[in-house]
Design a protein around this ligand. Structure first.
Ligand SMILES: Nc1ncnc2c1ncn2[C@@H]1O[C@H](COP(=O)(O)OP(=O)(O)OP(=O)(O)O)[C@@H](O)[C@H]1O
Length: 433
């Protein structure tokens, strides 16, 4: 293992001393790593990062996939894929493990040859593009870890500019400022001099994002870009991708497992299941309980479309707890009971209240009244029918209002039947005070 050679001091702000022998050697290494890193050439060497790339005049898709079959060693693992992506679109591929998302992404980035069908960039089959020409249009961020030796994180990001340089990979001052900008955008400035192989997975992912940004592509393809990132950087990454799409007209195509993030960041969602496109459409059409439960074959939990989250489902067994909730006061108690594996009833709630939405997924039964209507006789009677089987009543709201005033009857009912009454906020028995 060679000794790590620190980078030379910079001259004139952040512009490195380009004629240093050490840097030339490292740059040579970076050049040889270039093939490994699959650096793709941006379309126009002279293009400015601040200048949005022109959209096609006729509004035709930038990228078109038609009846694509893809797989390994002539064995098809995914087929019948159709997709049109326009400049500025953010497209998310979602679906269960092993459904074929990565295989599609590897095929549309020419890491795998298509087994059938067509993939066109700018109306031309991707196999007909010269390597450099194709590379000038498209940047890729896949999940495999590039093995590099003695390259700093800055070297890696600089590799994103090599498509703009001559054969020796000498970066111009303009290239350097773009590298700086990309590192700043991906929050990896502080990693600049660290060995790329000696940083965390999440840090490495952000460095690879910086490289892709420095590359200034028209199409950016990312395989599970959020997988190693903490929540702050997941949000940052998706904001960056949306910014690239909306301000610079980059077409972004990514696979992603975090449904909530996909729902909030994608313009178009492609659901891949069992090697086929199971459904495709706008997030509003895709992120429904029915579609997501079916896509993932959820049996013990369910997708809550209101919250964009997956709930782990209600516990088995009889309920011995009744929770009076409302206006979001019950959510924490519901989740606490679920964590404890305790089944519970919830009521009397109003349709549309967020507690009502959640209780429908988590409670053994949710007693609900129509929105904005005072609690009626039938509803209160049903709540009492359930309450009488319970050992305790948890009251979440600090006070009742006009339309849920009759929940006070449940408290009285509990007391008169020897059922323990607890205030959620105090966690103590009200009756024992
Ligand atoms: N190099 C390979 N050679 C042969 N089969 C492969 C190879 N890579 C993946 N597969 C198979 O292809 C199918 C699709 O895999 P793919 O990686 O595309 O799924 P995915 O949807 O990206 O899954 P995940 O969400 O787990 O990343 C799987 O059955 C997988 O085992």
């Amino acid at each position: 293992m060679g000794k790590f050679v620190p980078r030379p001091k910079t001259l004139g702000g952040d512009i490195p001393c380009l004629d240093s022998p050490e840097l030339a050697r490292k740059r040579q290494k970076a050049l040889s790593a270039r093939a490994e890193l699959r650096v793709e050439r941006p379309l126009r060497a002279e293009s400015n990062l601040e200048t949005p790339v022109e959209t096609q005049a006729d509004g035709a898709p930038l990228f078109r996939i038609s009846d694509l079959s893809a797989g390994y060693d002539k064995k098809v693992v995914v087929e019948g894929v159709d997709l049109e992506v326009r400049a500025g679109d953010v497209v998310a591929l979602i679906g269960p493990n092993g459904s074929g998302k990565s295989t599609i992404l590897k095929t549309i980035t020419r890491h795998l040859a298509p087994l059938a069908g067509a993939v066109e960039l700018d109306g031309r089959e991707i196999s007909r593009w010269k390597t450099a020409e194709f590379a000038r249009n498209l940047a890729v961020m896949l999940t495999d870890r590039p093995q590099t030796e003695l390259l700093t994180c800055r070297d890696i990001v600089e590799a994103g500019r090599h498509p703009y340089t001559g054969r020796m990979g000498t970066l111009s001052p303009d290239d350097h400022s773009r590298v700086d900008e990309a590192m700043k955008t991906a929050h990896v400035e502080e990693l600049a001099e660290r060995d790329f192989m000696q940083i965390s997975d999440g840090q490495r992912q952000r460095v690879m994002l910086a490289r892709a940004i420095a590359q200034d592509p028209r199409v950016l393809v990312l395989d599970e870009p959020t997988s190693y990132l903490d929540i702050r950087y997941q949000i940052d990454l998706l904001r960056i991708l949306r910014h690239l799409a909306k301000s610079r007209n980059v077409a972004v195509i990514m696979s992603i497992h975090e449904l909530e993030l996909a729902q909030k960041s994608a313009d178009k969602v492609i659901c891949v299941k069992d090697g086929r496109v199971f459904r495709a459409g706008a997030p509003e059409d895709i992120f429904t309980r029915e579609t997501i439960d079916e896509l993932y074959g959820l049996q013990h939990g369910t997708f809550n479309e209101r919250f964009g989250s997956v709930e782990i489902g209600r516990p088995h067994g009889n309920a011995h707890t009744f929770v009076i909730a409302g206006a979001g006061t019950g959510s924490a108690v519901f989740r606490q009971l679920i964590r404890q594996g305790k089944a519970f009833y919830a009521g009397v709630l109003h349709e549309g209240d967020i507690d009502c939405e959640l209780a429908r997924d988590l409670a053994a039964e949710c007693v609900a009244e129509r929105a904005f209507e005072p609690i009626g006789d039938k509803t209160i009677a049903r709540a009492k029918e359930l309450l009488v089987h319970c050992a305790r009543l948890i009251v979440c709201p600090a006070a009742f209002g006009t339309i849920n005033a009759r929940n006070a009857e449940l408290v009285e009912f509990a007391r008169s039947h020897g059922i323990e009454v607890m205030r959620a906020c105090e966690g103590a028995s009200e009756d024992s005070q």
